[in-house]
Ligand binder design. Structure first.
Ligand code: S3P
Length: 455
């Protein structure tokens, strides 16, 4: 099959420049969590009756999942800003889509829905943009094939691919070869329409939003720690999922950008309200605090089954540290912005155990290292790590950074521009709309300024 020249629409590529700032201030709410938003739509589509969602992230990635759920037979309606209603079809009730399912830039949407379709006797074609069409799908193809699904994929297990789900799927016990919540979730989604008990074993715990939401929707799911410390997550198939209202908390991966911007830009003090500090997502915040970041965790509470807090952040002098590799899963999307923070720190920051960064929306180790070099930072890149030589607050900036269709590379280097001596330009800011559509407006509200085509 050929790679499509383009898929889900987003605005034409446009460069954007972040200007040095004199201090950021104010209170903000970041958009809803991306992982929880995808799952809310998917579980809503499987429950019988109406699921009401508030605080849904209305970024391109999640909107692609909403459209997919419609094509698979659910009734998905936007009621107002972040407020959505989903009438589901029941486990096993998905309809075969007439058109290919287009996931745009979203690996999470594509992989989770592959799990969903694998447990239904229907055929669907999965397409996405150039970045998604380069990403490895073998990691989901392999377990889902064991469960009885059939895949016809491009060489190397890439999209576009066509998937025919199992008529009667088989339960499996599967040890994850990579620490991936997407793969874990794909198997659990297939297991919903599979008789018997399916078990996923993970040596390193990854984000557990799927498990939390399955419980809330009434599925029987248990997590046990084995003698070797690995987690065994077991789901009893064919439950009747009950609709459950979902309040989506703020996304800690999106909050990372204003938080790091405030830490690095002298004279800043901001509050970011209502983000989830689920322990499997909060690694960046622990790391920044260890580096000397002044981050106060306030008003801790439980909202919709997730731990939530507000963060007060003041500009700080950071020092370089060795980031423990076993923390990688809890901050996997935050390494590019951590590397930017490390450039401003005094001393060296070593990051290891991050090979997975090579297969994200871009090769994030390569993209981050070349962005840092373009701005005068010394960085050593290895197969599964990065070592950044901090410049104790004196970052020259002035670079032009290639984002490689990666929203987090774009936002990380714009953050660098607010705190560097000279402006920093990214070649293409359009992908920011996949996860943080109002990034520019929110940062401007805090006092940041931008120039360029995309503003
Ligand atoms: C996600 C899991 C992570 C993360 C991605 C969202 C999820 O990917 O990078 O942004 O929602 O399950 P992997 O599971 O592939 O590590």
């Amino acid at each position: 099959m050929a790679t499509p020249s383009h898929s889900a629409s987003h605005s034409a590529s446009a460069s954007l420049t972040a200007e040095p700032s004199h201090g950021l201030g104010g209170r903000v709410q970041v958009p809803g969590d991306k992982s929880i938003s995808h799952r809310a739509l998917i579980f809503g589509a499987l429950a019988v009756g109406e699921t009401r969602i508030s605080g849904l992230l209305e970024g391109e990635d999640v909107l692609a999942t909403a459209e997919t759920m419609r094509r698979l037979g659910a009734d998905v309606t936007r009621l107002g800003e972040g407020a959505w209603s989903v009438h589901g079809v029941g486990t096993g009730g998905l309809r075969e889509p007439e058109e290919p399912l287009d996931f745009g830039n979203s690996g999470t949407g594509a992989r989770l829905v592959m799990g969903l379709v694998a447990g239904h006797p229907i055929t669907a074609t999965f397409i996405g943009d150039a970045s998604l069409s380069r990403r490895p799908m073998g990691r989901v193809i392999s377990p889902l094939t064991q469960m009885g699904a059939h895949f016809h994929a491009r060489e190397g297990g890439r999209m576009p691919l066509t998937l025919t789900g199992a008529r009667r799927a088989l339960p499996i016990s599967y040890r994850l070869p990579v620490a991936s919540a997407q793969v874990k979730s794909a198997i659990l989604l297939a297991a919903l329409n599979t008789p018997g008990i399916t078990t996923v074993i993970e040596a390193t715990p990854t984000r557990d939003h799927t498990e939390r939401m399955l419980k809330a929707f009434g599925a029987e799911i248990t997590t046990e720690t084995g003698k070797d410390g690995a987690l065994a997550i077991s789901l009893t198939g064919e439950p009747e999922l009950r609709p459950c209202p979902i309040v989506v908390p703020g996304d800690p991966s999106s909050a990372a950008f204003p938080v790091v911007a405030a830490l690095l830009t002298p004279g800043s003090e901001i509050v970011v309200e209502g983000i989830t500090l689920n322990p499997h997502r909060a690694g960046l915040y622990a790391t920044l605090i260890e580096m000397g970041g002044d981050i106060e965790v306030m008003n801790q509470r439980d909202e919709g089954g997730e731990p939530v807090a507000d963060l007060r952040v003041r500009s700080s002098r950071l020092k370089g540290i060795d980031v423990p590799p076993d923390r990688a899963a809890s901050m996997i999307d935050e390494y590019p912005v951590l590397a930017v923070a490390a450039s401003f720190a005094e001393g060296t920051t070593r990051m290891s155990g991050i090979h997975e960064l090579r297969v994200k929306e871009s090769d994030r180790i390569a993209a981050t290292a070349s962005g840092l070099r373009a701005n005068g930072i010394k960085v050593h890149e290895s197969e599964d790590g990065m070592v950044v030589e901090g410049r104790a607050g004196e970052v020259s900036g002035g670079g032009h950074v290639m984002t490689h269709m990666d929203h987090r590379i774009a936002m990380s280097f714009l953050v660098m521009g607010f705190a560097a001596q000279k402006p920093v330009t990214v070649d293409d800011a359009s992908m920011i709309a996949t996860s943080f559509p109002d990034f520019i407006g929110l940062m401007r509200g805090l006092g940041a300024s931008f120039t360029g085509q995309a503003q």
